[in-house]
Design a protein around this ligand. Structure first.
Ligand code: NFA
Length: 103
C-alpha cells in the first residue's frame, strides 16, 4: 500500500492497494518406504488432485526426489502440508510434505 502527501494543507491518500498474497509451493518428498498407492491417496484427498495427475506427481517425486504438488497462499499451503503430514504419520508412513516460498 502506498501513502502520498498531496498538499501542505492536507495529506491525501492517493492509493490504498492490498498486497497480493504471498504464494508458497507445497513439495512432495520421496522416501524409500511409503507405498505408492498411499501417496496417491493423500494427493487425491488433501489436494483434490485427480487420479492420473496424482499418479504422475507421485512418480515424479519417486524418480527425481521431490515434486511440486501445488501453489497456494502461504497459510493455506502450510495447512495442506500439515494435513498431509498428519495423514502420513497416522498411517505410520514416513511420507513428508514441505512448503517453500514461490519465486
Ligand atoms: N519411493 C516410494 C516407493 O517406491 C514411493 C513414493 C513416491 C514415496 C513419492 C514418497 C513420494 N514405494
Amino acid at each position: 500500500s502506498t501513502h502520498t502527501t498531496q498538499t501542505p494543507e492536507l495529506e491525501v491518500i492517493t492509493k490504498l492497494k492490498a498486497e497480493p498474497p504471498k504464494l508458497h509451493k507445497v513439495l512432495l518428498l520421496n522416501d524409500d518406504y511409503t507405498p505408492r498407492e498411499f501417496v496417491v491417496r493423500v494427493l487425491k484427498a488433501v489436494f483434490r488432485i485427480g487420479g492420473e495427475t496424482a499418479y504422475t506427481i507421485m512418480m515424479t517425486a519417486h524418480q527425481k526426489g521431490s515434486c511440486v504438488v501445488s501453489v497456494y497462499p502461504a497459510q493455506i499451503a502450510e495447512t495442506k502440508a500439515n494435513e498431509a503430514n498428519a495423514m502420513s504419520q497416522d498411517a505410520g508412513h514416513p511420507l513428508q510434505f514441505t512448503t517453500e516460498p514461490e519465486e
